[in-house]
Design a binder for this molecule. Structure first.
Ligand SMILES: CC(C)(COP(=O)(O)OP(=O)(O)OC[C@H]1O[C@@H](n2cnc3c(N)ncnc32)[C@H](O)[C@@H]1OP(=O)(O)O)[C@@H](O)C(=O)NCCC(=O)NCCS
Length: 336
């Protein structure tokens, strides 16, 4: 068995900053409501004509991660791309990035696990490295939420939360058995699948059909649906469980955590977890205030920033934890 470690990290967010006050000009919302319920002050949105797409942002984050890993794009053996907002229904964003990076013919996998997508992708990469099949795996999480949200008052409980951006990591084979990705833990519970979902367009629900069913444009199934309070309750429970599961699997305790990077779902969820585990402000990284919830991109963006700010250092115990649509939830225990 081999060990895998994160050798390089990168992030990219579009330049266009959208504040809560900006949103209050196009829908019935306000800075106070958004800040109090979610902690979000601003987020980034792709601007028409800026050239960004989910795959393009992923490629930009990936280039930085590859450079920081000190490898060439031709050393990449596999791309794993996590997103819920791909550029196309098919093909996936992974092959688009492979082409954009001008990598000859490496395999590319797209992962569809929403907010848990990056940790799922990291786990897939880790397994391929641990078995010895691949040496360097590029893992990307990227989202273009602004392209598919309802920016009218009807959609406000969802659209104020989500933002655009991308993060990436290069996972590489390592000789140090007690360093790197110690373990990953993945879960799903499909019975709650529709509580946070986007129903169409789909093969069951194609565009002309949707328009025919909704001539007035109400109850539109091509915008995301979220049962916010139900998601919240499940999130705080599952986050706690999966963090504990990861620690126990490695004979570790909460006091061993140097940095917890939770998926940036909602600042209130992160604060709940922090309080429950009695972690200090220095032990939990939050940047949702600046980016909103960027789904599969949120953990790699946060991890990259924490590393850039010197908050993730050699020998640190870093815990990644995520919860989201599916429902899916996951954690990764990393010795840096
Ligand atoms: C979405 C969320 C912030 C909503 O907060 P909430 O306290 O549950 O609020 P509710 O949905 O009950 O709405 C309360 C009121 O605010 C209103 N409201 C909703 N969105 C609003 C907005 N953007 N601005 C102003 N008012 C808003 C509602 O219409 C409702 O009004 P009413 O009481 O007159 O009916 C919260 O449920 C949440 O964070 N859930 C988890 C979401 C999450 O993490 N999702 C990602 C999963 S990874």
């Amino acid at each position: 068995m081999y060990q895998s470690k994160i050798a390089g990290l990168g992030k990219y967010v579009p330049e266009n900053v959208v504040t809560n006050d900006d949103l209050s000009k196009i829908m019935d919302t306000n800075d106070e409501w958004i800040t109090e319920r979610t902690g979000i002050k601003e987020r980034r949105h792709i601007k028409k004509g800026d050239g960004n797409t989910t795959a393009v942002m992923g490629m930009k984050a990936a280039k930085i991660a590859i450079e920081r890993a000190g490898i060439s794009k031709d050393d990449i053996d596999l791309i794993v791309f996590a997103t819920l907002s791909p550029d196309y229904y098919f093909p996936g964003c992974g092959v688009q990035v492979q082409e954009m990076l001008d990598i000859d013919t490496c395999p590319a996998i797209d992962v569809r696990n929403q907010c848990s997508g990056f940790v799922y992708a990291l786990s897939i990469a880790d397994q391929f490295i641990k078995t010895g099949m691949y040496k360097n795996v590029l893992v990307i999480g990227s989202e273009n939420h602004s392209g598919g949200l309802d920016f009218t008052t009807r959609g406000r409980s969802v659209s104020v939360i989500f933002g655009d951006g991308a993060g990436a990591a290069v996972l590489t084979r390592s000789d140090h058995v007690s360093q790197g990705i110690l373990s990953t833990h993945l879960h799903s519970e499909g019975k709650h699948a529709m509580e946070l979902s986007l129903k169409g367009p789909s093969t069951m629900h194609w565009v002309p059909e949707i328009i025919k069913e909704n001539p007035q444009g109400d109850d539109i199934p091509y915008y995301p649906y979220m049962n916010g309070q139900f998601v919240f309750k499940n999130a705080v429970q599952r986050f706690s469980e999966v963090i504990n599961e990861g620690l126990e699997a490695n004979g570790l305790e909460v006091k061993d955590i140097d940095m917890l990077i939770p998926h940036q779902a909602n600042l209130r969820i992160s604060q709940f977890i922090q309080k429950k585990f009695r972690l200090s402000d220095d032990q939990v990284y939050n940047n949702i205030q600046r980016y909103g919830n960027t789904t599969a991109a949120s953990i790699p963006i946060a991890l990259t920033e924490a590393w850039e700010e010197g908050k993730v250092k050699e020998e640190d115990l870093v815990v990644l934890a995520a919860f989201g649509s599916g429902f899916t939830w996951a954690s990764a225990i990393i010795k840096w």
